[in-house]
Ligand binder design. Sequence first.
Ligand code: FES
Ligand code: FES
Length: 160
Amino acid sequence: MKYQLTLNGKPTEVEAPGDISLLSLLRDHLGLTGTKEGCSIGECGACSVLLDHKLVNSCMVLAAQANGREVITIEGICPSDGSPNDLQDAFIRYGAVQCGFCTPGMVLAGEALLAADPQPTRSQIREAIAGNLCRCTGYQQIVDAIEQTAQSRRERRGHA
Ligand code: FES
Ligand code: FES
């Protein structure tokens, strides 16, 4: 089957089997291995991507369901020089990354939250990342990184 989607802002076409998951399309057919495969049953959030700006577990979405739509992966959120964006940078500074396996999904969950709500409370941040499991960090540093990024983005926009 021929898939056509807007992937990280670019019109993209790829031939792949019609019965695969969006996760497989991204990793196995498009080479975007930043999206991680954890449980494969919709429980860990490691495979999170944005589909039409909504956070989804790409292991639970058929690639065919993404046809014609917009997909953003972790590779699509950093500046064109490949440096970390401000949220990724905050994850590094706050020690919110240890093994890093959950990190792409966590960062995308954070981006989805901040796009919807520029001033989330800590409990709203916890709720937004509830579908993303982390075995390493204890979550505190992840919440700190998202909270700090929300604040610095608001300051940059001129309303702290
Ligand atoms: S790999 Fe998709 S939710 Fe775990
Ligand atoms: S940093 Fe290891 S699972 Fe989150």
